[in-house]
Structure formats: C-alpha cells, structure tokens
Write a protein that binds this ligand. Structure first.
Ligand code: F6P
Length: 551
C-alpha cells in the first residue's frame, strides 16, 4: 500500500480537547498540583491486589483522566478489547488472532479458535510441560551415557529467551517445591559469546539443550544449536542418541523441529496465534516450570489471568491496564515526552526493562496505521531502564538535571525477606524502598522538597516536574509477576488502539535479517561487492583483508 496518506487526529474532538487541556497545563508543575490538592494520592491511585498503582506524580488532573477516557471511547476501546478476547483476527497484517490470553485461561472457560475448542489442547500441552519438568527435575532424564542432567541450556532469542530468562531470575527465591539441583542457563547471542565460555565449563554427559523458537528458522538460535550439537558430537558420535537424549525442541513448527532432528517425543508445541513476545505463557515458559516447578508456573498463569479479567471487566477508573496505557499516551502525545524508563527497586527484576523494551517497542514501534496510513503523531516512546538503585549511580543525573523530559515507572515489592533470619537484609529492603520513594518524589517536586531552595547555586538546582508512576507489588511471587507482565501486555494493547496500529506484527525486523544473509555471502566471497554502498563495501573489504593477513 502506498504511504501517501497521513493519519492524523484532526477529526478527533477528544484529541483536540486534550491538546487544548495540555496547553492549559503547560505552565503547571507537579509540585503545585500537590499543593492545590492534598487528596491527590487518594484520587490517583488504585489498589487491586497484588498491585497498588500510584499515578499521583503524573502531571495530570481529574479532567485529564476524563478526557483520556473520552478519547478511549472515541477510539472504541471497549469494542477492541472485546475483539481481542473473542479471538477475532486483530493481527490484521498476518490475518490471525492474538490469543496469548487463552494460554492462561482455565480449561473450563472453553476458548474457541476457528470454531475449535482450544482449551483441551492448551491444557494438554501444559500437562506435557509438567511431565517433562518432573522427569528432568527428578533426575530421571538421562544423557547419552546414562548420567542424570545437571545443566539445562535454553537456546532462543527475543520472545523465546527474554520471558523465561527474566522470570527465572525474578522468581529465583520463590521456589515453592523441592528445589532442583539443576542449573539453568540462557544463550541468545548469535556471535557465540555466551555459548563458547559456557561450553568450556559444562559436561556434555549431563547437559540438556532446549531449542526455543516459534518459527524454528531464526539464524541466531539455529547457529547456537549447531555449535551445541557439534560440541556434543565430539563427546558422542552417535547423532541419534545425542538428539534424543540432549535436545528438547519448543516451537509452533513441528515439521521444522523434526527436520532439524528433534524426535517427536522431545517436542513441545505452541500455536501460531501466540506472538513471539507474548509467548512466555506457552511451552516457551518451560524453563520457568523447570526451575520453579509446575505449581509456580501455574501460579504465574493465574496471575496473568487475573489481570486479563480486570482488563475486561473493571470500570476504567480502577482498570490498571487502561490507566497505564492512557497515561503513556498522555505523556507521549500531549506532554511530548519521548522516552520512558522502567526502574525496578529489586535486583531480581534486572531483566524486566529489557523484557519490556521488546514487548513495547516491537509491538508499538510502528508508524503506519492498520489501514496503511502514515501516522502524523508520535507512537511508542523509547523504553529503557535498569535496576533503580544501580541506575541512581549511572543515569539519574540526567533524569534530575538533564535537558530531556523522561517519564518513569518505579516498581517495587512491599514485602521482602520477612521470613529471613538476617535482620540487616530487612533493613536493606527498607533502604531500597526509601530510595525508590525519595527519587520519585524528587523527580516530581524538584528542589521544592527543601525548606528553602532560593539560595542554591544553579548547578545544585533540581527542576523536578519529571512525571512517574509507582507500581507496588504485595510481594514478588509467580502470581504477582504474572499479573505485572499481563498489565504491561494490555497497556501496549490500549495504546495500539488509541494510535490505531497493529501491535502484533513486527515487519520492521524482517528486512534486516534478509540483508544479513546476503551480507554473509559477501563476507564468504560468494557474492560480488558491486552495487553495495561504499561503507558496506569498505567494511567488508577491510574484514576480508584482515582475515587474509591472519590466515
Ligand atoms: O526478531 C524478531 C523476532 O521475530 C521476535 O519477534 C521473536 O521473539 C524473535 O525474533 C525470535 O523468533 P523465534 O521464536 O521464531 O526464533
């Protein structure tokens, strides 16, 4: 489709009203909003176990929220939520539904896809995950020489890596069944940097590889898989034996797993209607079940299901995904803030910012509407982040005194270490929470937190007015993590509805992959440099020369 037409919001009365309202608020400071209204926290927070969501430190008023709700009505958010949960083909460019939510629905809910009840196959696959996890955890799965498995390496990338990796780290101390002596490793990078040193440490007799790839064509994963297979074959030349005792495949493409050599009995499956970055609820989440036990994995699904229900059934004033999504729209489109930081005050959530950067930017990093028009407004902001306490010693300087407006999500658990015998750990948790609240306060209010800031030299001034939300989990558990991740998934959906873009495809990553395979042929001398841009030709020539000189 030609991209000559522009989608703007000129015919949206709510958009115009919000623009006007933003103009009126332009000279306001979050500090003065708090001064004018001592009940701000009461008005602008929602407590819905396991999450408390405080958005009182956003630069907004009750009128802002009303106008955002009107915009959502105008963009038919209720109808679009209903479409998402009906299995309609909401992924228009790929003509399929986005039914990740069905993976966490109880089997008794009877979900249908193309007229078929998918609840039973979904439940059966979950049982299969449970069975595999049990066999490996209990030491019954044996390597080619009869030894039990001690190390599991998940090979996958993007959605086939980040969800299980982030969850395994987040829930490390939430194992509610017999702990497993298994060590679980994650390998994603195509350059071998992660795999090579790991293989040096691992024992081929006791190592199991999980090949996770929805498409089972991703070169990053297949190149790591080939290196793993070679490594095993150096210890055991019987390829069949190695494949049947050291590889499990997880994919939506059974024939491709079989063609690679993974026996059917070692395959876990999921469906085309699950997007890669929405797939940690499927068999892609197998490493989570392996690490924590199946009960915890089911709890993760239950937490996400709880958020699905809240998204569908809760009035907007209490609806966490709707609020989080609309506040993001307010900041991006009306406050003109183009960058958003995720700041967990809990080291276990180290990979959450990375996970969310794929979820949000691969979903809503689009500039074309569902009808193929170029958008004349901003869509997804740049999303980034780091564990808050560490980031305080890295990039918070810019947040406090830089020239960039940044919105932030502060995330922390209320309870931690309460069963621990070491009292100084409890104090460390208190310290982390104190820093979390102090930083968001200072970002919002600026130097006005001081009794008298009038004599400060300019380099000691804090302008404040950086908006943020704070998300408090009751405790970091499989249930609350499931709810948190589903909250962000639905936030992304809400924003995609307002911007009228398809959050479930990712065409922007396709061409680069194709160009890379052409470029590999250049480097290997199977293709001429003719027709390439001077930079690519120069770089390729430089590398090929370097290789020649060192050979
Ligand atoms: O590069 C984009 C992408 O397609 C992601 O959407 C996906 O999560 C990742 O690659 C991995 O894909 P696969 O699971 O098919 O290997």
């Amino acid at each position: 489709m030609e991209r000559t037409q522009f989608a703007d919001m000129q015919d949206s009365p709510s958009w115009s009203a919000l623009l006007e309202h933003a103009d009126q608020l332009a000279s306001s400071h979050i500090y003065s909003l708090f001064e004018q209204d001592q009940a701000r926290f009461e008005k602008f927070h929602v407590s819905s176990s396991p999450i408390l969501f405080d958005y009182s430190k956003q630069l907004l008023t009750e009128q802002t929220v009303e106008l955002l709700f009107k915009l959502a009505e105008e963009k038919k958010l209720p109808e679009r939520i209903a479409a998402l949960f009906s299995g309609a083909h909401v992924n228009t460019s790929e003509d399929r539904p986005a039914m990740h939510w069905a993976l966490r629905s109880p089997a008794t809910d009877h979900t249908f896809y193309n007229g078929d009840d998918i609840s039973q196959p979904v439940a059966a696959e979950l049982d299969k995950i449970a069975g595999f996890a049990e066999i490996i955890r209990s030491g019954q799965w044996r390597g080619f020489s009869g030894y039990a498995i001690t190390d599991v390496v998940n090979i996958g990338v993007g959605g086939s890596d980040l969800g299980p990796m982030m969850s395994c780290m987040a829930l490390e101390d939430c194992i509610d069944v017999e702990p497993t002596p298994l060590r679980i490793h994650f390998v994603s990078s195509m350059d071998g940097t992660q795999l090579s040193p790991l293989l040096d440490k691992l024992n081929p007799h006791t190592t199991l590889f999980i090949l996770s790839s929805k498409s089972f064509t991703t070169i990053d994963t297949l190149s790591n898989a080939a290196t793993a297979l070679n490594w095993l074959n150096q210890a055991c030349s019987e390829k069949e034996k190695v494949l049947s005792s050291h590889f499990i495949g997880i994919s939506a493409q059974q024939d491709k797993m079989s063609a690679w050599g993974i026996p059917e009995s070692n395959q876990l499956y999921f469906w085309d209607w699950v997007g890669g970055r929405y797939s940690m609820w499927s068999s892609i989440g197998f490493p989570i079940a392996l690490k924590l036990g199946i009960r915890a994995f089911r709890q993760l699904l239950a937490g996400a299901h709880c958020m699905d229900k809240q998204f569908q059934n809760t009035p907007w004033k209490q609806n966490l995904p709707v609020l989080l999504g609309l506040i993001g729209v307010w900041n991006s489109n009306f406050q003109k803030i183009n960058t958003h930081a995720i700041l967990p005050y809990d080291g276990r959530l180290k990979y959450l910012p990375t996970y969310l950067s794929q979820l949000e930017m691969e979903s809503n990093g689009k500039s074309v509407t569902r009808a193929g028009q170029s958008v004349a407004f901003k869509t997804c902001p740049i999303l980034w982040g780091e564990v808050g306490p560490n980031a305080q010693h890295a990039f918070y300087q810019l947040l406090h005194q830089g020239t960039e407006r940044v919105s932030c999500d502060f995330i922390a658990p209320a309870m931690r270490y309460h069963e621990h015998t070491n009292p100084s750990l409890t104090q460390q948790h208190e310290l982390a929470l104190a820093n979390c609240f102090a930083q968001s306060r200072l970002l919002a209010l600026g130097e006005r937190v001081l009794p008298d800031s009038s004599s400060l030299p300019s380099y000691k001034r804090y302008p404040g007015n950086q908006p943020s939300s704070t998300i408090i989990l009751d405790e970091l558990t499989p249930f609350s993590l499931g709810a948190l991740i589903a909250l962000y998934e639905h936030k992304v959906f809400v924003q995609s509805v307002i911007w009228d873009i398809n959050p479930f495809d990712q065409w922007g990553v396709e061409l680069g992959k194709k160009l890379a395979s052409d470029t590999l042929e250049l480097l290997q001398g199977h293709r001429s440099l003719e027709g390439y841009d001077p930079s690519t030709s120069g770089l390729v020539a430089h590398i090929v020369n370097a290789w020649k000189q060192n050979s």
